[in-house]
Write a protein that binds this ligand. Structure first.
Ligand code: ZN
Length: 229
C-alpha cells in the first residue's frame, strides 16, 4: 500500500520511517502520504456514491450550524456507514462567528452522539470556546477520541485540553511551548488548508520536540487503527 515505506527498528518495535500521516486536510490533490481529507457536504455526496478510495471526514462545521436539519443529519449518519468515513468533523464551537452559540452547541452535541454511536472519532474546530468544550466533554464523558485540530493556543490551554482527555493536532502555525508539552501519543499533525508539505510540518514539530519525525506516532496509530476496520 505504501510504495515508499521503509521499516526501521526503534525502541523494540518496527516503525514506518516515512509514514507522515496528515490527520486533517482540505486539499483534494492526491499525496503519497496517508491523509484524512475533510469533505464539504457537496463533496461527500459525490464521493460516497463513487468508488473513490481514501480516508475522509465530514461534519457540520460550527460556521454552518444554522444549516443543521434532520435531513442533513440523516445524510451524515448514512455516510458514517462507509469505512472510508473515519472521523466526524470538523465540528465544534466558534465564538468568532455569527451563529448563536446555542445553535452551534446543538449541532455539536448531535455529532458527539453520532460519534459515540458509530465509534468514529471527532475532528474538532474550537475557537474561543474552550471552557464550553471542556464542560461538554465532562458532561458527556465520551469514549471516542476527540482531536482538536489546528491547535494554536497557549500552553495553559493546551494543558487543560490534554487534562480533559483531548488530543491536539498542530499545523503550519502553532505555539511552540504547546507543542513541547503535548505527549507524542496525543500529538497529531495536519496541513489543513496549507500548501506546505506535511513532511515539512512534521520536521518542524519534531525539531521543537527535539526528536525525530519518526517518533511522531499518533497519526500512524490512528491510521493503523482505521485501516484495519
Ligand atoms: Zn480545516
Amino acid at each position: 500500500m505504501f510504495s515508499t515505506e521503509i521499516f526501521i527498528f526503534v525502541d523494540n518495535r518496527f516503525i514506518f520511517s516515512t509514514m507522515f500521516v496528515d490527520i486533517h486536510t482540505h486539499n483534494s490533490f492526491t499525496t503519497d502520504v496517508p491523509a484524512v481529507r475533510n469533505l464539504t457536504f457537496q463533496e461527500a455526496e459525490i464521493l460516497f456514491s463513487s468508488n473513490e478510495k481514501g480516508l475522509f471526514s465530514v461534519g457540520i462545521h460550527p460556521w454552518h450550524a444554522d444549516l443543521f436539519s434532520a435531513t442533513l443529519f440523516a445524510k451524515l449518519k448514512h455516510w458514517t456507514k462507509s469505512k472510508r468515513l473515519v472521523a466526524i468533523g470538523e465540528c465544534g464551537l466558534d465564538k468568532h462567528c455569527n451563529i448563536p452559540l446555542d445553535v452551534q452547541q446543538y449541532a455539536f452535541e448531535q455529532q458527539i452522539a453520532l460519534s459515540e454511536q458509530t465509534e468514529k472519532p471527532l475532528i474538532i474546530h474550537c475557537v474561543g470556546c474552550f471552557n464550553e468544550l471542556f464542560e461538554i466533554k465532562k458532561k458527556i464523558n465520551p469514549r471516542q477520541l476527540w482531536i482538536i485540530h489546528g491547535f494554536r493556543a497557549k500552553p495553559q490551554l493546551a494543558m487543560q485540553a490534554l487534562k480533559a482527555g483531548c488530543a491536539l493536532s498542530f499545523g503550519e502555525h502553532f505555539n511552540e511551548e504547546s507543542v513541547r508539552l503535548t505527549p507524542l501519543e496525543k500529538l497529531y499533525v495536519e496541513t489543513d488548508e496549507s500548501q506546505t508539505p506535511i513532511s515539512e510540518i512534521y520536521r518542524h514539530i519534531a525539531q521543537i520536540k527535539s526528536t525525530d519525525p519518526d517518533f511522531l506516532i499518533a497519526g500512524e496509530h490512528f491510521f493503523s487503527a482505521v485501516s484495519t476496520l
